[in-house]
Design a protein around this ligand. Structure first.
Ligand code: HEC
Ligand code: HEC
Ligand code: HEC
Length: 151
């Protein structure tokens, strides 16, 4: 656990290197992503990732030992393994100038570059990784982030 924590810190330094100086991006929650990504949302909401918080008992939902992994950003306001657990906190990359349908279809590469600079993580998961590895959020995030920083 300690080790992956350390990795996460290193990875975050790596991914934020390209972002504009200033405040760190924060989580906006799946409701925001849903407004534009309705199809992805509908697929996601049936997954174990989406239901990870609901599966906990009322007592466990208040136990930091459980919410640490069963929420996004360790925040019970963002229950389950939401979009941003894998794609990184979205306050910056979801801005109207970046995730904009018109702009994206006119210049997908340019918009993607901006999104990545604003912290978005997109990387193919390793096919060989076990489903258990994929579910382990901290690990998944490190895997994805490492990939992203290697691009
Ligand atoms: C205002 C609308 C809007 C919101 C809100 C939004 N997106 Fe997007 N997003 C887009 C558009 C438009 C694209 C361009 C590609 C497409 O149409 O899927 C995109 C692309 C993406 C991509 C692919 C990027 C690429 O270049 O391949 C990811 C990943 C993504 N969004 C994740 C998210 C996540 C996570 C959230 C919530 C934190 C979010 N989006 C919120 C509109 C939005
Ligand atoms: C270090 C991260 C981590 C912590 C801390 C953690 N979990 Fe989990 N939990 C997971 C992962 C990853 C899975 C899915 C993979 C698996 O089943 O092993 C999971 C699965 C579960 C499931 C099965 C969910 C399903 O969809 O069937 C339950 C129930 C659960 N955890 C309860 C708890 C409780 C209760 C606590 C607190 C005492 C807790 N977990 C703490 C990572 C964690
Ligand atoms: C468990 C991790 C994980 C979660 C949770 C997750 N994604 Fe993704 N997402 C990925 C990976 C991995 C890819 C593949 C990237 C690639 O193709 O390189 C991807 C691809 C995408 C894409 C681009 C390709 C496509 O299918 O259109 C969009 C948009 C996207 N995700 C949005 C979302 C949204 C919105 C949510 C929440 C409703 C979400 N993701 C939840 C890991 C995740």
């Amino acid at each position: 656990m300690r080790r992956s924590g350390l990795f996460l810190v290193l990875v975050w330094c790596g991914t934020s290197a390209g972002t504009v100086a200033g405040e760190e991006a924060t989580y906006v929650g799946v409701k925001k992503c849903k407004t534009c990504h309705i199809k992805v949302y509908q697929t996601w909401k049936e997954t174990k990732h989406a239901l990870a918080f609901d599966k906990l008992s009322e007592q466990e939902k208040q136990d930091a030992k459980c919410t640490e992994c069963h929420t996004t950003g360790k925040d019970v306001n963002f229950p389950g393994i939401q979009c941003e657990a894998c794609h990184a906190p979205g306050s910056k990359f979801t801005s109207a100038t970046i995730m904009n349908k018109k702009k994206y279809s006119a210049d997908p590469e340019g918009q993607r570059k901006m999104a990545l600079e604003a912290g978005l993580i997109i990387a193919r998961m390793r096919r060989t990784a076990s489903s258990a590895t994929m579910s382990a959020v901290p690990t998944t995030r490190v895997l994805i982030s490492r990939r992203a920083t290697r691009r």
